[in-house]
Design a binder for this molecule. Structure first.
Ligand SMILES: [Zn+2]
Length: 178
């Protein structure tokens, strides 16, 4: 499920950070994901501040505004530590999405049987009770899993993962700029 964001959610619907941490522009994220799949070479030209991939003649980073001549000079590869930060961010996100989707299933399983058994007609007619319960599991389970995981899990996971990324970025800056 860790690839969920990139494979199922169209890019324009993805959550975008509104904090001051410049790490992981869409271009950098795409580059790192393509890199783990072996689709692009590791070497290239990257902003020396936020590591966004930039063209050979780019003077100003389009993502963080770093001046490649007056500011931090471009680097030829993204530092391993930055890749690790992204991996950790995505892992936190997918844990939340999967965890809440699973919670949605559990709610359907437990809530469904409680609901069916609370109605006298179904308690007396086991065939109908089984059919209704099956329907609740199929439809309700899927909806709850999608709603909790896809909506709340996605947002909460993103917020928590992003908070961790901000900390990691601050630490990286201390290490890098000392
Ligand atoms: Zn930059």
């Amino acid at each position: 499920m860790s690839e969920r964001r990139s494979t199922e959610v169209p890019p324009e619907e993805r959550l975008r950070p509104d904090d001051d941490c410049p790490l992981f522009s869409p271009a950098l994220e795409d580059h790192l994901i393509a890199l783990t799949r072996g689709e692009v070479p590791a070497r290239g030209r990257f902003c020396g501040n936020c590591y966004t991939p930039i063209a050979r003649d780019t003077a100003l980073c389009p993502h963080c505004g770093n001046d490649t001549e007056q500011g931090r000079v471009p680097v030829r590869a993204v530092p391993d530590q930055i890749t690790l930060i992204l991996r950790s961010q995505r892992k936190i996100e997918s844990t939340w999405v999967n965890g809440l989707a699973y919670l949605g299933l559990v709610i359907a399983v437990v809530g469904g049987i409680a609901l069916v058994l609370s109605i006298p007609f179904f308690r007396a007619n086991l065939i109908w009770a089984t059919l209704l319960y099956g329907l609740i599991l199929l439809v309700g389970g899927r909806m709850l899993a999608g709603f909790l995981g896809g909506y709340f899990g996605d947002r909460w996971g993103y917020e928590r993962a992003r908070a961790r990324t901000r900390d990691a970025w601050a630490e990286w800056l201390r290490e890098r700029d000392g």
